[in-house]
Design a protein. Structure first.
Length: 191
């Protein structure tokens, strides 16, 4: 039961925090979610139980979702631990979790292995990939082209063109945005 009480307290704090962050008074939020200011005050202070109908109306008025209001508190999503793939020479930090907004995934990658030019190395999948090089230089094989992308530069390309990338003369760190198919192709061993 303590866990339920803790979650209840977190939800009430989130409601108040979002209201205050928007600069709204109790009257302002009450008018937007069709509750009385006194009911809303009692909800925020813990003097009234929150019904699902009330919580849904409050979430909608605050421009958030029920899931966001009741999401558990924990630190497991705060520290992003790297996943290392020795075979591919890639260490990956998944940023923002899997299947982020608009169906894209953001990842930071440290690439240590040079690109390989075998037929099995070049990948093709629907969509587009985008990355920016944070440090080092990355070699991008894109069809018949070999493109060096240096620190501070970015690349975007259709992933229907056979492609692969690797470090060029030392490790390179990149920040990449991948659609669902790009995630499956480039990060498949991390799932």
């Amino acid at each position: 039961m303590k866990q339920d009480g803790d979650l209840d307290s977190v939800v009430r704090g989130r409601i108040r925090g979002l209201r205050v962050a928007r600069g709204w008074s109790l009257d302002d939020l009450a008018g937007r979610c069709y509750l009385s200011p006194s009911t809303l005050s009692r909800i925020e202070t813990g003097h009234r139980r929150i019904s699902l109908d009330q919580l849904s109306a409050i979430a909608r008025a605050l421009g958030t979702t029920l899931d966001q209001l009741v999401e558990p508190v924990g630190d497991e999503d705060v520290v992003i631990r790297p996943r290392h793939d020795e075979t591919r020479g890639v260490t990956t930090w998944m940023l923002g979790g899997r299947d982020g907004p608009h169906g894209v995934t953001v990842a930071k990658m440290r690439v240590t292995r040079p690109v390989r030019r075998g037929v099995d190395e070049l990948k093709v999948h629907p969509g587009r990939d985008w990355f920016t090089v944070l440090s080092g230089t990355l070699t991008l094989l894109l069809g018949e082209r070999t493109i060096r992308v240096e620190a501070g530069q970015a690349a975007e390309f259709s992933t229907m063109i056979p492609h692969a990338f690797g470090a060029d003369d030392g490790p390179a760190e990149i920040l990449c945005v991948l659609d669902h198919e790009g995630q499956r192709t480039h990060l498949w061993q991390l799932t």
